[in-house]
Design a protein around this ligand. Structure first.
Ligand code: AMP
Ligand code: GLY
Length: 423
């Protein structure tokens, strides 16, 4: 069948890499894609939210499966757009309906969902411009650090963790009355701070059945030792060594099962990935967030370990027959090391030539912010490309990625050299 992937990052390059390996995949398209996806699929110059253009190409190219990478088109209702259109309704869409996507699109919606199904999470209250004084009073009842979350999508920037009460009050006011994060912070969730180590689990569900994909740990800060500004993610390790069978059973029973059952109970059309961000507090998992897609760069470490045919997995999702699938995993550890343009996550340069990709043999290069210019691969985003390697443990896998990253060159390239430092 012909397949269209929506998105342009390392996650979408990884999807393309896996889907292209399947005998079930005829023509593969990516909108808009990057220089990496251009080498294995046909890139289409279409924005991820231009549903009308996406419809045109789906009809013109007889596309039967749509794989949605990022959250923005999901929250904007791309799945519903396909379902409601008689010409598109037959297309298998991997990604939840707009209602399901609210698990990521609204922190308050997610917290209410977690509470309804008694899924462990941080205590919270939410506030608006009308209740900002109550928000200040609530902050006074909490111990530092204070966790403030913009309700809506804020490209990973909407969470503030503050040590000082006065500063927390000021930021709350700024978010609610000055729209610090635009519309996204018209509502703010204030949460109890959870102290522990983070990990993520990835679930693929057809709305009734699910499979649990490997765990991963992402490194979000720009600086060594988890310091400095937040980024989209500087690297990932899969599996997470401390997520042993006993802890995974807790996650399964206390988090995954009630999540999938809750979606089904509420008749929410959800065929796609659920990315559950967790903190291990003592020996207990607590949910810090839901995302309604795969993580980036977690995908670049998780998916290469999945030996199943990805098209076949997605067909089962579309047909609600995931109960017939058993997951075949590479037991080795996979890691991915992200290279970024100097200055990222603040201002950075684009258009710099990237050299050395073709010299790498024992790792997989997944491209993110890249494009083709006069036949050369050049930088086109903050996160440029990521290097995935396997090993018997994360140290061995990292050694291979760190050896190979030295073969890549572009102006002001930066990467973290301390992934796994906390494990
Ligand atoms: P989120 O966008 O909700 O994942 O939050 C971004 C980051 O903030 C998370 O990856 C955590 O590192 C941190 N964080 C979020 N909520 C909490 C919390 N309740 N306690 C401690 N850290 C948190
Ligand atoms: N790497 C974090 C995310 O994809 O949200």
């Amino acid at each position: 069948m012909n397949i269209l992937i929506v998105g342009s990052g390392g996650r979408e390059h990884t999807f393309a890499y896996k889907l292209a390996q399947s005998d079930l995949c005829s023509k593969l398209f990516v909108a808009p894609g990057n220089a990496g996806t251009a080498s294995i699929a046909t890139n289409l110059d279409i924005s991820v939210t231009d549903f009308d253009k996406i419809k045109e190409v789906v009809l013109a190219e007889n596309i039967e499966m749509l794989v949605v990478g990022p959250e923005v088109p999901l929250v904007a209702g791309i799945t519903d757009f396909f379902k409601k259109d008689a010409q598109l309704a037959h297309v298998k869409v991997i990604g939840p309906s707009a209602e399901g996507a609210q698990l990521e699109g609204s922190k308050e919606y997610a917290k209410e969902f977690l509470m309804r199904y008694d899924i462990p999470t941080a205590a919270y209250e939410s506030f608006t411009a009308e209740t900002v004084e109550k928000g200040h009073a609530f902050l006074e009842t909490l111990k530092p650090p204070y966790v403030l979350k913009a309700d809506g999508l804020a490209a990973g920037k909407g969470v503030l963790i503050l040590e000082d009460l006065a500063e927390a009050k000021g930021e709350l006011t700024d978010m609610l009355t000055n729209e610090k994060f635009g519309e996204a912070s018209q509502k703010v969730v204030i949460e109890e701070f959870l102290d522990g180590i983070e990990l993520s689990v990835f679930v693929l569900t057809d709305g009734k059945n699910y499979i649990t994909l490997p765990t991963a740990k992402d490194y979000k800060r720009i600086g060594e030792g988890d310091t400095g500004l937040n980024t989209g993610g500087m690297g990932a390790i899969s599996p997470v060594p401390f997520a042993n069978d006993e802890f995974m059973a807790k996650i399964e029973n206390k988090v995954i099962k009630p999540t999938v059952a809750g979606l089904a109970k509420e008749n929410i059309d959800y065929k796609g990935f659920i990315f559950i961000g967790l903190i291990k507090v003592g020996n207990e998992p607590k949910v810090i967030e839901y995302n309604v897609r795969m993580g980036d760069p977690e995908t670049e470490a998780v998916l290469p370990r999945v030996k199943n045919d990805l098209v076949d997995l997605f067909v089962h999702v579309g047909n609600q027959t995931l109960d017939q699938v058993s997951l075949d995993l590479d037991p080795r550890t996979a890691v991915t090391v992200m290279t970024v343009a100097g200055g990222y996550p603040e201002a950075y340069n684009k258009g710099d030539e990237i050299k050395g990709i073709e010299t790498i043999e024992d790792s997989i290069v997944f491209q993110a912010g890249t494009t083709l210019k006069d036949g050369n691969v050049v930088t086109n985003g903050g996160r440029v490309l990521t290097i995935t390697s396997f090993g018997n443990d994360f140290k061995e896998a990292l050694a291979t990625s760190y050896k190979n990253v030295k073969k890549i060159q572009f102006k002001d390239m930066y990467y973290r050299t301390d992934l796994g430092f906390d494990l």
